[in-house]
Design a protein around this ligand. Structure first.
Ligand code: NAP
Ligand code: MG
Length: 402
């Protein structure tokens, strides 16, 4: 068989622990036998980030900007415990944070739906995609403990040194205070990416916030979304028969639970963090969720939504078998291959990516499941398999499907 050729590379960002083990299994067993895989490889193993003073992470993000398509393995975000565990000379920043800051994007998270995996919320027959704003708010906030008798204020000093003061609270007793911010350009780019994605995927778009309470703050988000819609996207939405609406966050939660799915849900940073875990769990598992960072200048970074699965890795090191679910990582690769094919007009590569996804789903539908999915599988003669066997079974399906 002639291998499928690629014109341009995918930025291949390796990571840590169990996901690193699965990363090379997937490339060796499911991709390289069929595709003449062209990659630019960056090793974000926690030790290599430490050795390069995190330069490798910045280079990886810049490579995604250059080549437009990247795929990233889960990585350890170091902390004190990890510093000791891996004997690191420093605690580096979250690699996802560093990459997001350089690419300036929105993270889209979508459940992988499989007919024989019963969602925990049975009415969700179509996927709900979360679009999470990835800049500012709580994640760039300033916090403090406040002693009784203190006064907390917001002071805004403009460029002419004119001060505007607002009292947050006169503290009669000990308490806490927090402030945060966002930027118009970031909100604008977030909204723009959401509208473009809704059009690309032909899905209704809901943006949710709490403008009734955060009267200036969340109203700014709402206005930017609504103005951009009216000025730029309304006619295209109407042509496609899709809808845009603004909804209060609490109302959006209740609508989402009662819905059949099938829409794009744009969330502010914190709401998106929490809601993507809620949505993933409602559909079955974090290992059945795809995640892609879309940058405003058209670069894409695919990843799994879960972490490095440390507990399984330590079993693996002891020589024990693990039943770690490789599906989200396979779909990160298929997503990147399909996007590479789309940008390069390479139909063969797009078709292969779709076959890889189909073969993975066929395998689950035949009753081969990793441990995490066993209780949710509706197949009569279902069987728990280890990670290696799962990948081998997917390979057998893929060979037959090609
Ligand atoms: P985790 O990797 O998300 O795993 C937590 C637990 O969830 C596992 O022990 C396992 O439960 C289950 N699980 C997650 N993914 C699974 C899969 N593919 N198949 C089967 N079960 C799965 O979180 P962690 O082990 O607590 O975190 C490890 C590291 O991941 C941390 O250092 C963190 O910084 C990093 N992290 C990275 C990313 C990223 O790079 N995208 C995201 C999140 C976390 P059972 O043990 O019950 O089987
Ligand atoms: Mg979260």
């Amino acid at each position: 068989m002639n291998k499928i050729q690629m014109q341009n590379p995918i930025v291949d960002i390796d990571g840590d622990e169990m996901t690193r083990v699965i990363w090379s299994l997937i490339k060796d067993k499911l991709i390289i036998p069929f595709v003449d895989l062209k990659t630019e490889y960056y090793d974000l193993h926690v030790k290599n980030r430490d050795n390069t003073n995190d330069k490798v992470t910045i280079e990886a993000a810049e490579a995604i900007r250059k080549y437009k398509v990247g795929v990233k393995c889960a990585t350890i975000t170091s902390n004190k415990a990890r510093q000791e565990e891996y004997n690191l000379k420093q605690i580096t920043r979250s690699p996802n944070g560093t990459i997001r800051k350089i690419l300036d994007g929105t993270v889209f998270r979508k459940p992988i739906m499989i007919s024989t995996i019963k969602p925990i919320i049975p009415t969700w027959t179509k996927p709900i995609t979360i679009a999470r704003h990835s800049y500012g708010d709580l994640y760039l906030s300033t916090n403090a403990l406040v002693k009784a008798g203190s006064k907390a204020e917001i002071v805004i000093t403009d460029q002419n040194n004119v001060e505007t003061r607002m009292t947050i609270n006169d503290f009669k007793e000990d308490g806490i205070v927090q402030s945060y911010f966002n930027l118009d350009t970031s909100i604008y780019k977030f909204a723009d990416t959401c509208f473009k994605t809704a059009i690309e995927e032909k899905m209704d778009l809901i943006f949710s916030a709490k403008d009734t309470v955060a009267k200036e703050y969340d109203t700014r988000f709402k206005d930017i979304f609504e103005n951009l819609y009216e000025e730029r996207y309304k006619s295209e939405f109407e042509k496609l028969g899709i809808k845009f609406s603004y909804t209060l966050i609490d109302d959006a939660v209740s609508k989402a639970i009662k819905s059949n799915g099938g829409f794009l849900w744009a969330c502010k940073n914190y709401d998106g963090d929490v809601m993507s875990d809620m949505v993933a769990t409602g559909y079955g598992s974090l290992a059945l969720m795809t995640s892609v960072l879309v940058s405003p200048d058209g670069a894409y970074e695919y990843e799994a939504a879960h972490g490095t699965v440390r507990a399984h890795y330590y079993k693996h090191l002891k020589g024990e078998e693990t039943s770690t679910n490789p599906i989200a990582i396979i779909f990160a690769w298929s997503g990147a291959l399909a996007k590479r094919g789309e940008i390069d007009n390479n139909k063969e590569l797009i078709d292969f990516a779709h076959l890889l996804e189909k073969s993975t789903i066929d395998t689950i539908n035949c009753g081969f499941v990793t441990k995490d999915l066993y209780n949710m599988s509706t197949v009569n003669n279902k069987k728990i398999v280890n990670t290696n066997t799962m990948i081998d079974e997917i390979f057998r399906k893929l060979e037959n499907n090609i």
